[in-house]
Design a protein around this ligand. Structure first.
Ligand code: GAL
Length: 997
């Protein structure tokens, strides 16, 4: 079909263009349909309903089947949670707390151990993740790169790509041939989950990330066009977009060749403002200009594919003064999120993704040089999967945007001022409904109490320092009209025969809601606090917020609303976080009380609810007419009917009496019964390295120059891409040798250790790079060791171990992931010995745990990290240790857990020691590399052990590979399990396979 190019005016009318690819498979017929846009409710939770859907947009919002949708998304990375059952846990938490979409990067390196090899099984099962998102009712924003960044090794580029020709992130044909392989593999799965086909919920798809090189040159233009066309050719028919770093206006529609498909392309940009910043106006209503954000693309909705939901921390705790992610969560707290997110909304942003909402763990060798194992990010859901108070703003705003359609189409309205002009007020209006929205922001250091007389808001309210609030006026609440409220609307639902409107305000504040009522209504209250009066057609309800929990008021009659009563519910932040709406095929239920509602199913008069509790709680449920019974996690509850139209039940915290367990019931064992063994036999002169790879190449695709005369010692050139790498050099004519200089390159916190004829020469730690060295894209240092006199050993054997840490990311499209890792040059003083080198890194990738699980330590090559390895011949060992030795020592033990099946216990491993001790530990749980602890660098001491890999009902094998510098005594010191969180409920967790030896 011929493409029809229509012009339509942004921010203007009721016509917009739907985009959908018709046909199936790789067929590329596209249809653009013109719709008139109804102002009805946003589409409900998406499902794989086998029906065709259109995904279009105009300047205001996305249009799904012609209906406006505000996409309120949170980011999580399946590759940072290596236990597929737990994906459902996180997704359900996101859905319950107001998100209607999840955004995911797909990391090429995670799925590809080698060219032509793509693995989407087990913890890499993208199909399962997308299915789970669909089952949870979340839309998906899929972001497979090929370059992603995300603080992963090489920015997501596979290790093997570092040893290939062709400039990455350009139209270089060799690079593109690899890219096509990856996209073919990932798109084959994505195409099975497209929302347009009713087969899943993939709604948007990103190509590249923060690509700002060669914007006006063929290298970049052709690259982006190639990606666009490739993705289309693979049958992906949803709108595509790019994430522009910092609002440059790059890759806006029309800026590159999309084969004439102007309407399949969105403009998006990201923002990670500093907590000290005044929130910028970077949406449609902003100042414009090059840094104006959405103004670069007035015909597409304001779209922030990444808004900072926290920030990452670096080795040594460099970002947060050593205080770690608790500080990230503190400095970017609920008020930070509220203030910026409301500003985004006030600027016309209607496609919004919070990066990260669950950060997770950069396990194994995933972390980029910038970060350590934990990628908690200070996100709203923490690494241990606990919900934090930071969820409050998104919970309230997400449910509002989902249930009140007015927010999908807002125009700027006449400027209004607060009586106290230090407050910034944004005034918006929905041109179709006439509702008004006020975002009121306080950029000062003190709370401000004021009114907005210009808007008729003559009741005082307070905006806390560095916070913001959202008020509405003339808003339809079911059958009634809100005049205005000094509380923020959180949702408006039809539940059974009630209209329900929820309002939130800070704890303790006196809130007012004014309703237009031509006649005096009948008002009843469910709680002692609310008061009201009726005057001149206005019902004024006044209530303190959060005192004694929720405040409930029921309004009947009043000359509007027909015979549908309106229930008003008032909550503070903690109360709102325990209020969960859930749409079922036979009606909506609203649940108050538990810490989480996962699912609700209606069956006749019974509501079957599943969810989590962390303490004894009351449960209150509103639902369809006739609802009479409740089960919670499969157990019937005794209920009573309330005058507020709900059912109430108690779920007491009596030990042993489920559904509420006592938190103290989870007991973690002490870790003892250790056995230990030293390794690094590679340093022995007569060690048999005949199976190692001769390092004799003379050319490389690396960015790092090959030393004159060679040989190439770069590990990647020999197929060793992750973790530790060993070198053995046989030196002849070395009798007069005085010293050896080893130049090497690693990511942050890399190190090098050397031995000559079995004797340690010393350890060299890579200096922490400053900004100038980072910019060069390569961190290189030279270690010079004096050599002891010859022992008669001939040839002399120089053994070198390099801990490489990570490849650089390629943020500047300069091939920086190709900066060499490992030894890069060797020189000698005294004589001129000849050297013949062999190299050994990781063995074939673990088929289950993947290419990033292991490096090349002796123990790793021999499976010392795996369950079932016969350690009984190892030495019994007591912790703490105080040994002094250069090299690697392993410790192993097993422990049993017996956590009740219906308790979700989140468990961490804690390592602690005197911070002067120079050693580091790789933590293997059941053979899975759960990360790296660097005792004298930190800041991370607690390592989250994801259930599934952790057998919560069974035996676990813990193996610690300790690499000590030899300059101090070395631990491990204190090693213990720690309970990070417990709740009754959780999701069923399948054991993650952990093949042993
Ligand atoms: C963004 C980038 C993400 C991630 C983030 C910081 O600029 O797109 O991939 O690196 O910064 O965590």
């Amino acid at each position: 079909m011929e493409l029809s190019r229509r012009t339509f005016s942004a921010l203007a009318g009721t016509t917009a263009l739907g985009f959908a690819l018709s046909g199936s498979g790789g067929e590329t017929t596209r249809a653009y349909a013109s719709h008139s846009v109804p102002t009805g409710p946003a589409p409900g939770a998406p499902a794989a309903d086998r029906a065709r859907h259109t995904v279009g947009f105009d300047g205001y919002s996305l249009l799904v089947d012609g209906r406006r949708l505000v996409l309120w998304s949170g980011e999580m990375h399946p590759f940072r949670l290596p236990s597929p059952s737990l994906w459902r846990d996180v997704l359900q938490k996101m859905r319950a707390h107001g998100f209607n979409a999840v955004s995911v990067y797909v990391a090429w390196n995670y799925h590809s151990p080698g060219p032509g090899q793509y693995d989407f099984t087990g913890v890499r099962d993208l199909d399962l993740f997308l299915r789970t998102a669909t089952e949870t009712g979340l839309y998906v924003i899929l972001r497979p790169g090929p370059y992603i960044n995300a603080e992963v090794d090489g920015g997501g580029f596979p290790g093997w790509l570092t040893a290939t020709a062709g400039r990455a992130r350009t139209s270089d044909p060799t690079y593109l041939s690899y890219v096509d392989e990856w996209l073919t593999a990932v798109n084959a799965i994505a195409a099975r989950h497209l929302f347009t086909r009713g087969r899943g919920t993939v709604l948007l798809y990103q190509i590249e990330n923060e690509y700002d090189a060669f914007v006006d040159e063929p290298l970049g233009q052709d690259y982006m066009s190639h990606l666009y066309k490739k993705v289309r050719a693979d049958g992906i028919d949803v709108p595509l977009f790019h994430n522009d770093k910092g609002r440059n206006g790059y890759w806006a529609p029309g800026s590159f060749n999309t084969g004439g498909e102007e309407h399949g392309w969105l403009y998006g940009f990201d923002g990670y403002p500093d907590p000290g910043e005044v929130p910028p106006d970077w949406g449609h209503f902003g100042e414009g200009g090059i840094k104006g954000g959405a103004t670069a693309s007035p015909r597409t909705p304001g779209f922030i594919p990444e808004f900072g939901g926290g920030w990452f921390d670096s080795w040594g705790g460099a970002t947060f003064d050593g205080k770690g992610y608790a500080e990230a969560r503190y400095s970017r707290d609920a008020a930070y999120e509220r203030r910026f997110q409301l500003t985004n909304l006030a600027n016309g942003i209607t496609v919004h993704n919070v990066y990260m909402t669950f950060g997770g763990t950069s396990w194994g060798w995933l972390p980029a040089p910038q970060v350590y194992t934990s990628y908690d990010y200070g996100a709203a859901i923490d690494e241990a999967r606990r919900q934090t108070p930071k969820l409050a703003p998104t919970h309230q705003l997400g449910h509002l945007l989902r249930t009140v359609p007015d927010f999908a189409k807002l125009d700027r309205a006449d400027p209004v001022r607060a009586a106290d002009e230090r407050l910034k007020v944004y005034h918006l209006t929905n041109p179709d409904t006439g509702s008004h929205v006020y975002v009121v922001r306080n950029d000062t250091d003190a709370p401000i109490t004021t009114t907005i007389p210009d808007a008729g808001i003559d009741v005082a309210f307070t905006v806390a320092a560095h916070d913001a609030r959202l008020f509405t006026a003339n808003l339809q609440l079911g059958g009634r009209t809100l005049k205005f409220a000094t509380a923020q609307p959180m949702m408006c639902l039809k539940v059974g025969r009630l209209d329900v409107a929820v309002f939130t305000a800070p704890h303790g504040e006196m809130a007012q809601v004014l309703l237009q009522c031509p006649e005096e209504p009948l008002v009843t209250r469910g709680d002692a606090e609310p008061a009201w009066n009726y005057d001149l057609g206005v019902l004024r309800i006044t209530t303190p917020i959060g005192v004694g929990g929720l405040a409930r008021v029921r309004i009947e009659g009043g000359g509007t609303g027909g015979d549908t009563p309106l229930l008003l519910i008032f909550a503070d932040d903690p109360g709102a976080l325990r209020l969960f709406p859930f749409d079922t095929p036979t009606g909506t239920v609203l649940v108050y009380g538990p810490s989480l509602l996962r699912e609700a199913r209606l069956d006749g008069v019974t509501a079957h609810l599943t969810g989590d509790t962390v303490e004894g709680t009351g449960l209150e449920v509103w639902g369809p007419r006739g609802l009479g019974q409740i089960t919670w996690n499969g157990r019937p509850l005794r209920t009573s009917i309330t005058p507020m139209g709900s059912l109430r039940a108690e779920m007491p915290a009596v030990p042993g009496q489920l559904p509420i367990p006592a938190v103290g019931e989870v007991r973690l064992p002490a870790l003892d019964g250790w056995r230990s063994r030293t390794e690094n036999f590679e340093v022995l002169p007569d060690y048999d390295d005949s199976g190692w790879t001769p390092a004799d190449r003379t050319g490389s695709y690396s960015l790092t120059p090959v030393p004159k005369g060679g040989p190439v010692l770069f590990a990647d050139d020999y197929g060793f891409h992750y973790g530790d790498v060993w070198y053995r050099g046989r030196l002849t004519d070395a009798a007069d040798l005085e010293s050896v200089s080893l130049t090497y390159s690693t990511g942050t916190q890399g190190l090098l250790m050397a031995w000559l004829d079995g004797e340690p020469l010393g350890t060299h730690r890579m200096p922490v790079p400053d900004k100038s060295t980072v910019r060069k894209g390569s961190w290189t240092a030279t270690a010079t060791f004096d050599t002891p006199p010859p022992t008669g050993q001939s040839p002399r054997v120089l053994s070198v171990l390099v801990r490489r840490m990570a490849h650089d990311m390629d943020g500047r499209s300069a091939d920086s992931h190709k900066a060499a890792r490992g030894l890069t040059g060797v020189s000698f003083k005294g004589g001129s010995p000849k050297a013949r080198w062999r190299i050994q890194g990781e063995t074939a990738p673990d088929p289950v745990r993947g290419p990033l699980n292991n490096g090349g330590l002796y123990g790793e090559r021999k499976g010392w990290h795996l369950p079932g390895f016969a350690e009984e011949h190892w030495e019994p060992a007591e912790l703490p240790r105080a040994d002094r030795r250069q090299g690697v020592t392993w410790y192993r033990t097993t422990f049993r857990l017996a956590v009740d099946a219906d308790i979700d216990a989140s468990v961490g491993l804690v390592l602690d020691d005197d911070p002067k001790r120079a050693y580091r530990v790789q933590i293997f749980l059941n053979g899975w590399n759960m990360g790296q602890y660097i005792n004298d660098v930190g800041p991370q001491h607690t390592f989250v052990l994801p259930n599934g890999i952790l057998r919560t009902r069974g035996t676990n094998t813990l193996a610690l590979a300790v690499l000590s510098d030899g300059t101090t005594e070395s631990g491990p010191g204190d090693v213990r399990l720690r309970l990070l969180g417990t709740s009754a409920g959780g999701v069923p967790v399948a054991p993650v396979p952990a093949p042993g030896r």
